[in-house]
Design a protein around this ligand. Structure first.
Ligand SMILES: [Zn+2]
Length: 57
C-alpha cells in the first residue's frame, strides 16, 4: 500500500488562522474560522490562495 498523504499547512490571508489541509482537494478548502477559500481544486495539486507555511507528510 502506497502512502501518499499530501497535506500542507496554510495561513488564512484574512484572519491569520493556520490549518492543515489536503493539498489535492476535490472541493475548495475553506478557513475553519472565517470561511475564506484557502485552496482551490485544480486537477492535481490545488491552487493555494493563502500563505503556504509548510508541507506536512
Ligand atoms: Zn480565515
Amino acid at each position: 500500500m502506497v502512502h501518499t498523504s499530501n497535506f500542507v499547512k496554510v495561513k488564512c490571508p484574512d484572519c491569520q488562522n493556520e490549518q492543515v489541509a489536503f493539498k489535492r482537494p476535490a472541493t475548495p478548502v475553506t478557513c475553519h474560522v472565517c470561511g475564506s477559500t484557502l485552496i482551490k481544486p485544480k486537477g492535481g495539486n490545488g491552487t493555494v490562495k493563502g500563505q503556504l507555511l509548510e508541507v506536512v507528510d
